[in-house]
Design a protein around this ligand. Structure first.
Ligand code: GLC
Ligand code: CA
Length: 544
């Protein structure tokens, strides 16, 4: 298997708006990130991924780009960015950016020209269609509620927006769009960044003729269309292959069979993609966890076929993993550590989202006014307009809202968790006095210190990166046990995915002699022998 820095890397995702505010305006910024680089170095991650930092009116917090060549005012200036990149590299870390090229903001110069008249030279940069029987050109729905089409009075046509109406979709059939975007990508790579996370990259090509979908919310005619592969191949050949970088595609609605087309090495498209199949699970109980294990088995086969995969449990679109997959009440620390043990010992490049390393939890807001996420707010309005009760809708949205992971990073127990000296743009989770970086740095048993130890082990044992994956307990919904093996190193991972004590039988795994490398509980004896697993216990052994 080819060895690559990006296969060995652990990536730390920063949502800059919520990470660290350096100037007291309540919004995180690039200088705030610079202040915390030593913290990240000390944590032991290798790569930093920033969600979009480009100029934006922030209808979707930066995923609506108004200028790819400028930094968002609230985040700082291009000089701040250059300094950040330099400081990152100085510490031996790498930096990747979010590439949002399925759509732009409606405030992007291209769109303002495009919408100005039907014969504007940039008209075809976006997807315009005449009304069909006086209504939308097809039945597609926006992923942020309502139709995917917006009528524009000025020219009497509709434009397509798979996301908000302020995020018009680019027309990738237009070679000029392709050229302009490729040039922009090259501009950033020349600056020296180390790669891209590509936002909904598998949506960029739309089916010819934009046919109606069988179900209005089905992505069948915009996800994984042939055009995407054409564009990615050209992008690789013309731009990406000239740099030593990493690329990871965000690809909803992708199975391992489809993912293979993006990541198999000789297809020369992307290095890896994010699977969504596991985050579509509601939790990790019963059948769901068995399903999760099956997904691991299926996705890891891509590695054997010369591709690569990713591992993540959280990001800025998902709830907090300890709340969704663990137990954020009675066993917050234990389950956060168990999930960390799993994440960092499964095959694939690992992505950690800010705050995950201290076991941050979902937030409970008291009303819709506390929310910021456009997806949550649009959904709320849609449900209310159907006549549903506010209380009921809020209760449904609380565990799934994207704001759960967007509350400010909890640095210490001072006001606003040390995130800002001003008024934070989104409320801080009220549990910040207990859960924060400063406390956890001091406490040797903290989730944070556990992550640090795991990150050291991941560096030390290449079997965790390049080793084979051999699962042992496929139909058990609570115990998860597997081997990772490379040359003469064999590691054994044993996890209790439940809040109960569980017996286990070392004979079953045929392990004679072994040494414990890490566990989230103190162990009375060394080695396998203590045959009772505590709630959410995790152990990593080296088999001797
Ligand atoms: C991706 C991003 C999400 C954003 C959407 C539209 O799913 O992760 O935050 O809203 O794309 O750009
Ligand atoms: Ca700020």
């Amino acid at each position: 298997m080819d060895r690559k820095w990006w296969k060995e890397a652990v990536v730390y995702q920063i949502y800059p708006r919520s990470f660290k505010d350096s100037n007291g305006d309540g919004i995180g910024d690039l200088r705030g990130i610079i202040e915390k680089l030593d913290y990240l170095k000390d944590l032991g991650v290798d790569v930093i991924w920033l969600t979009p930092i480009y100029k934006s009116p922030n209808d979707d917090n930066g995923y609506d780009v108004a200028d790819y060549y400028q930094v968002m005012d609230e985040f700082g200036s291009m000089d701040d960015f250059d300094l950040l990149l330099e400081e990152v590299h100085k510490r031996g870390l790498k930096l990747i950016l979010d590439l949002v090229i399925n759509h732009t903001s409606d405030e992007h110069e291209w769109f303002m020209e495009s919408r100005s008249s039907r014969d504007n030279p940039r008209r075809d940069y976006y997807i315009w269609r005449k009304p069909r029987d006086g209504k939308e050109p097809n039945n597609w729905l926006s992923r942020f509620s309502g139709p995917a089409w917006e009528y524009d009075e000025r020219t009497g046509e509709y434009y397509l927006h798979l996301f908000s109406r302020k995020q018009p979709d680019l027309n990738w059939e237009n070679p000029r769009v392709k050229n302009e975007i490729f040039e922009m990508i090259d501009w950033w790579l020349k600056k020296g960044i180390d790669g891209f996370r590509m936002d909904v990259i598998n949506f960029i090509g739309k089916a010819e003729g934009l046919p109606d979908a069988k179900e209005p919310d089905s992505p069948e005619h915009y996800a994984n269309q042939p055009l995407v592969h054409e564009i990615l191949k050209d992008l690789h050949e013309e731009v990406l292959s000239r740099y030593d970088i990493m690329t990871v595609g965000e690809t909803p609605h992708v199975t391992p069979e489809i993912a293979r087309l993006y990541v198999q090495k000789d297809r020369k498209e992307l290095d890896m993609v994010f699977s969504f199949e596991h985050v579509y699970l509601k939790d990790f109980t019963g059948e769901n966890f068995i399903h999760f294990k099956k997904l691991q088995q299926r996705w890891s086969s891509l590695i054997r076929e010369g591709g690569w995969i990713t591992q993540y449990l959280e990001n800025h679109d998902q709830p907090r993993s300890v709340s969704k997959f663990g137990d954020d009440k009675r066993y917050r620390k234990e389950s956060a550590k168990m999930l960390a043990s799993m994440l960092l010992t499964l095959p694939g490049t690992v992505f950690i989202y800010q705050g995950q390393e201290i076991g941050m939890t979902n937030v409970e807001f008291s009303g819709i006014d506390d929310y910021n996420d456009i997806k949550t707010i649009n959904k709320y309005r849609e449900e209310i307009s159907k006549g549903r009760k506010a209380e009921e809708v809020l209760k449904e949205l609380q565990p799934v809202s994207r704001d759960n992971s967007r509350t400010p990073m909890q640095w210490n127990s001072s006001i606003h968790a040390g995130f800002t000296t001003g008024e934070p743009w989104l409320k801080v989770n009220t549990n910040y006095r207990e859960i924060n970086v400063e406390n956890e740095l001091r406490d040797p048993e903290s989730v944070l210190n556990y992550y640090k130890k795991l990150l050291v082990l991941r560096k030390k044992y290449k079997a965790l990166v390049y080793g084979s994956y051999q699962p042992m307990t496929d139909d058990d919904s609570e115990i998860y046990a597997y081997f990772r093996e490379l040359e003469d190193t064999k590691l054994f991972i044993l996890l209790n995915n439940s809040g109960c004590q569980k017996d286990f039988d070392p004979e079953m795994y045929n392990i004679k002699k072994s040494r414990l490398l890490i566990s989230n509980y103190p162990l009375a004896e060394e080695g396998i022998g203590k045959n009772l697993l505590q709630p959410y216990e995790a152990r990593l052994y080296i088999v001797e």
